[in-house]
Design a protein around this ligand. Structure first.
Ligand SMILES: [Zn+2]
Length: 334
């Protein structure tokens, strides 16, 4: 008993020391090699490797790409990609879409991880094959093979053999009430993936995270990284109870209310991709007028750099929440 306990403690520390929050999802490690980007990221046709990374990297900066398009290393005789795809961290399978025709992600897998107390969802798309026996609810270990790379998708323009890649995302999760929001937002449209629709997952920059943890090793702190995103804007919302607050309480700023004061809502800081990375409780006196949302500030430098989600818009000299921003806040707080 005692021996087992000691072994357990030892293993815990061994894992703790070796633990990196995220491992690379394929055998391609060129991201860490000087000048290796071209060998790691798959660009869109005629563009540079940057178009295969996370951010406003498509359509001249006006289209968001929420994942990393990672190059294949191995092909079969017919030129199809056959790289094993591995879980990026320990976790539990949250969703498997085994019907490529139902998504522009094609065949895809979502895995739930708990990192620094936070729910993080990794997503692997365009797969040719899901590892047999991999079902929702199954635990997986970091580095465990979960699938084979492919080029499945339901988009009209198919992914060419040359561009074969796995599309890899790291996400946080907006809302358990996604389905009712989707019905209101897209009446009559099908949602085949329920709460694991890509629209309910908000991406964080997996390239920057992988590079930071490669550089910082065990000092890398994902929560701290998320808390230090540049803000695109800050918005007051008149809501004191919504799923994000319960799922990500570590993002709520403590000590913002005076003793005895009660929160009537939250000041929410959004990054350019719509990630609510800081939530500050605010008392009733902070809210003016009857509007559901009140735009407090816009970081113009950040908007100039990363405008593609179109969350805010300038009307003359005034900034306003754009439709995308309003829809996102509805999803977040519904
Ligand atoms: Zn992609």
């Amino acid at each position: 008993m005692k021996f087992q306990f000691c072994l357990g403690v030892l293993l815990f520390f061994a894992r703790g020391v070796a633990a990196q929050p995220f491992q690379l999802p394929t055998a391609n490690h060129a991201i860490f090699e000087p000048g290796g980007q071209e060998r790691y990221f798959v660009p869109t046709t005629g563009k540079t490797w940057v178009s295969g990374t996370f951010g406003c990297v498509r359509s001249d900066g006006w289209q968001m790409h929420e994942g990393l398009d990672i190059k294949c290393l191995q092909r079969d005789r017919t030129g199809e990609p056959v790289d094993p795809v591995m879980a990026t961290a320990d976790g539990v399978v949250a969703y498997v879409n085994d019907k490529p025709s139902l998504s522009n992600y094609g065949r895809y897998i979502v895995i739930l991880h708990h990192i620094g107390g936070m729910e993080i969802y990794s997503l692997y798309a365009h797969l040719s094959e899901v590892q047999s026996g991999l079902r929702v609810g199954r635990a997986v270990r970091a580095g465990e093979k979960i699938a084979v790379m492919g080029r499945t998708s339901n988009t009209r323009e198919r992914i060419s053999k040359e561009r074969a890649h796995v599309h890899f995302e790291l996400n946080l999760f907006y809302s358990d009430h996604f389905n009712s929001w989707f019905k209101r937002r897209f009446p009559g449209e099908r949602n085949d993936h329920g709460i694991y629709n890509g629209e309910n997952l908000v991406g964080i920059d997996a390239r920057l995270i992988l590079l930071a943890e490669h550089e910082e090793g065990t000092r890398f702190d994902l929560l701290n990284w998320i808390q230090h995103r540049p803000d695109l804007c800050r918005v007051l919302v008149r809501q004191t109870d919504f799923p994000w607050l319960r799922r990500y309480p570590m993002l709520i700023k403590q000590g913002a209310l005076a003793p005895g004061e009660r929160a009537a809502g939250y000041e929410v800081a959004l990054d350019f991709n719509g990630l609510p990375f800081e939530l500050i409780p605010r008392p009733a006196g902070s809210f003016k007028g009857a509007a559901k949302y009140q735009l407090l500030s816009v970081n113009e430098a950040e908007y100039t750099k990363n405008p593609c989600r179109r969350l805010v818009t300038r009307q003359g000299s005034r900034w306003e929440l754009a439709n995308n921003g309003l829809n996102l806040l509805d999803l977040l707080t519904n």
